[in-house]
Design a binder for this molecule. Structure first.
Ligand code: LMR
Length: 399
């Protein structure tokens, strides 16, 4: 019998330091374990209807039925994923702001996969590549970029107390950024604040990016849930039309309700000279990470976008979700004047002007769950739960 040898050091795991669980995702388990009646989940960014459910879109169900009947093979499609899906999505994102020939696209596992590829592309494209991130942002942004080897520069984006975008700080960051730096922009429905740039601000940003050769990295994960499908990309299109190089990380998790199917895409606008190098490096990075993207969500989206009837059904369903978000926002703003800014914010999120102690008190005393920074998913509320929520909030909101 071989004796198990004991090693005091030198195993492959010696350097591992335990990591805290992801703060947003940890809320899913914490909420599930809370047995109190009337608990309210405003944590992870998932749309919920008036009954508190996240149903599969009817248009998606119909597409899935069609897939079940007609799909004849599950053989690989290739590293780019479903080309027809990428093509069908393109006009929805870009309108006529860029010609197809200037775009490189690949299907990715969710928006996160697209962000990771974008970060790797930049890290291998330029020594010392840097990304500018307005804070607060989606917490995963920073670790995705840092893990891929990018340097990170932060600047203030949103003032939680006054509930305003700090546009002067954005201007300064745009001045401080160097040509070839990446500049992260939330296409619409800013996560976590819900506070988006207006038309004039987008125009100024576009002009500045183009004049300085700074590369926009636009994270677009909520198209259609802000001001509607077209208006939500007006700013993005203004930027794309004006710059030579741009990257868009797109998620269909929310606007097609495909969350766990992990459906996303990466689009890169690139000057012809670099096209081949960019494309081959993206495909190599994808091959190393997941080889080929999961098919199901993208196949369902393709069927929807290629069928006029299904497409308009999907748009109607999306519009209803957006209308519900506005209704909740209005009801919150009407209930307490300190919540008035929520009315003019967009998408699933708003960032309450409370500190982490307030967040903890709401969880402890009222079974209300939200991200530690005070971010709420407004879709987690219903007209029935708003009064209790506003009463609880009154105990922690500054007067
Ligand atoms: C969120 O911010 O809650 C969502 O984007 C889900 C996630 O992956 O964090």
């Amino acid at each position: 019998m071989t004796e198990a040898r004991s090693h005091s050091s030198g195993t492959i795991f010696d350097s591992l330091v335990p990591q805290p669980p992801d703060a947003v995702l940890a809320l899913i388990g914490q909420f599930r374990e809370d047995t109190r009646a009337g608990k309210i989940d405003l944590g992870v960014g998932v749309y919920r209807n008036a009954q508190g459910r996240t149903p599969v879109f009817e248009a998606v169900k119909a597409a899935e039925r069609a897939l079940l009947e007609t799909q004849e093979t599950k053989a690989y499609l290739g590293p780019e994923g479903d080309l027809a899906f990428l093509e069908a999505l393109e006009p929805i994102i870009f309108g006529g702001a860029v010609s197809s020939g200037d775009l490189i696209s690949v299907q990715t596992p969710g928006g996160t996969g697209a962000l990771r590829l974008a970060a790797e592309l930049a890290a291998s494209g330029k020594v010392g590549a840097r990304v500018w991130i307005g804070t607060p942002s989606w917490p995963n942004h920073e670790q995705i970029f840092a893990n891929a080897g990018l340097r990170i520069s932060s600047f203030p984006y949103f003032d939680q107390r006054t509930q305003t975008i700090q546009f002067e700080a954005v201007r300064k960051a745009l001045r401080d950024a160097e040509p070839g730096d990446l500049f992260l922009l939330h296409g619409c429905c800013h996560n976590p604040s819900g506070a988006d740039f207006g038309e004039a601000e987008w125009a100024e940003i576009a002009q500045h990016l183009s004049a300085r050769g700074i590369v926009p990295l636009i994270d677009l994960a909520y198209q259609g849930l802000g001001n509607g499908l077209e208006r939500d990309v007006a700013g993005l299109q203004e930027v794309i039309a004006n710059v030579d190089t741009a990257i868009v990380a797109y998620s269909l998790d929310k606007n097609f309700g495909l969350y766990r199917e992990r459906t996303g895409a990466l689009y890169v606008k690139v000057n012809g000279r670099y096209a081949e190098a960019v494309k081959s490096n993206i495909l190599k990075a994808a091959r190393c990470a997941w080889s080929m993207p999961p098919d199901h969500g993208a196949a369902a989206v393709r069927l929807i976008l290629e069928d006029a009837q299904l497409k308009s059904h999907w748009r109607r369903e999306l519009d209803l979700q957006r209308a519900r978000l506005f209704d909740i926002r209005d009801a919150l703003a009407d209930a307490d004047e300190r919540l008035a800014p929520i009315r003019r914010q967009h998408g699933l999120f708003s960032l309450l002007a409370i500190d982490s102690e307030g967040v903890e008190a709401l969880r402890r005393d009222h079974a209300i769950y939200m991200a530690r920074n005070g971010r709420i998913n407004v879709a987690g509320l219903t007209m029935d739960t708003i009064p209790a929520f506003v009463r609880a909030l009154d105990t922690v909101l500054p007067r």
